[in-house]
Design a protein around this ligand. Structure first.
Ligand SMILES: O=C(O)CCC(=O)C(=O)O
Ligand SMILES: [Fe+2]
Length: 395
């Protein structure tokens, strides 16, 4: 459960880490580039610290390096990827509610800024954050659950001083992160770390633009997906040889496999499904609506078709549906990372298939006597992802 408390100018709290949102990967080191903050190892943390650069800080809109003022390592947001999502965890809503009392709408967004590593002896003296634009009003610091001592955050505002002992607020088992959100003009300081590594993610907090507020639902989807997609495509370890991103649809569409065209569905996508298409296209990914077919026995793979296959003219089917469609229906076999039979196109499912648009058809199965077989299909969106080389990212 997210727990938070608010004093003037700042909201402090803790949030449990969710398993799916605890992975980080950096593009600096390839061998140990992945860290699961559910159970990070000591050497992974040291590797992450080594992959960082000396942290600068902003003075009069310029980035300055001065280790007598700030001694820490940093990694810029475009050099690592994380599934940690303050909005999915309810933090953005909580910050809005607590820090900006009474606004009560989704009028803010958190943009990932940096990852910081404070090893033994690292600190950041008292400062105020430099707003990066007119709409930036504050910062969000997430202290990830790693064993360390010291590194408390001290806030000062209007002759008031407050210390957040974040090292004591984080928990390892089950993992719980600590966070602090505060207005840019609140003075804050990171006291020296006395042992271990203190790892933080920093986010810039913005008021959403007026136009973004009107399309609340889309804004939320766009912001979350856009950042993730951008980071994935820039990650050379993501589909290094190319493949596809698959998205289950959020809305239901009228489907008759004997008469509906997938091209029509693509042209009539609703709200969040249309947003997925637009977003992928904004990254120059080609998007198509496809039918995915599996055998009744789910384990024998799947295949994608650009049209619904009409089994009324199929005759007898004497092999698996996937093999049949690959041979006679121009289908492309697909697999995902969990498959032990990698054949065809590798699809990473960004949004799982929830059977929202499942359809059913029957065919004549070959055997001693003809029996009626049942085939299931579903509609999904497939975005083709070029190889890391073609995307211009180096492994
Ligand atoms: O890492 C932290 O705890 C604070 C970082 C900070 O204050 C900043 O990046 O401006
Ligand atoms: Fe700061």
């Amino acid at each position: 459960m997210l727990v938070c408390s608010t004093q003037p100018g700042r909201t402090l709290g803790t949030v449990p880490l969710v398993r799916s949102g605890s992975y980080f990967s950096s593009r600096h080191c390839t061998e140990h580039s992945m860290i699961n903050f559910f159970k990070p190892t000591g050497s992974q943390i040291v590797d992450l610290a080594k992959a960082c650069q000396p942290a600068t800080f902003g003075v009069d809109q310029k980035d300055v390096l001065d280790e007598s003022y700030r001694k820490a390592g940093k990694m810029d947001a475009n050099n690592f990827a994380t599934q940690f999502s303050p909005s999915d965890l309810g933090m953005v809503a909580a910050i809005e509610h607590h820090l900006l009392r009474g606004r009560g709408e989704q009028t803010i967004r958190a943009e990932l800024y940096k990852l910081n590593v404070y090893g033994p002896g690292a600190f950041f003296k008292s400062h105020v954050d430099t707003p990066r634009s007119d709409t930036m009003f504050g910062s969000l610091v997430i202290v990830l659950p790693t064993v360390h001592e010291g590194g408390s955050l001290v806030f000062r505002h209007d002759d008031d001083e407050w210390t957040f002992e974040s090292a004591k607020a984080v928990k390892m088992d089950p993992p719980q992160a600590a966070f602090a959100a505060f207005f840019s003009d609140v003075e804050h300081e990171v006291l020296p770390v006395t042992s271990g590594y203190r790892i933080t993610l920093t986010y810039n907090l913005y008021f959403a633009k007026a136009t973004e507020v009107v399309t609340v639902e889309n804004t939320k989807i766009d912001e979350t997906l856009k950042g993730s997609l951008d980071r994935l495509l820039k990650d050379p370890n993501f589909l290094p040889n190319g493949g596809a991103l698959g998205f289950g649809l959020s809305h239901k569409y009228p489907i008759n496999p004997h008469s509906t065209s997938l091209r029509d569905i693509l042209g009539r996508l609703k709200g969040p499904d249309a947003a997925v298409k637009q977003l992928c296209e904004s990254f120059s990914l080609k998007v198509a609506a496809k039918a995915i077919y599996r055998d009744e026995d789910d384990n024998r793979g799947a295949c994608l078709l650009n049209r619904f296959f009409d089994f009324r003219y199929a005759g007898e089917v004497d092999c698996s549906i996937v093999d049949y469609l690959s041979q006679y229906g121009d289908a492309e076999k697909v697999y995902d990372e969990a498959d032990d039979d990698p054949e065809g196109l590798l699809v990473v499912w960004a949004k799982s298939l929830e059977k929202v648009n499942q359809f059913e058809d029957s065919y004549i199965a070959y055997g001693n006597e003809a029996t009626l077989g049942c085939v299931y299909g579903e509609v999904c969106l497939i975005a083709t992802v070029p190889s890391a080389d073609e995307r211009g990212v180096q492994v």
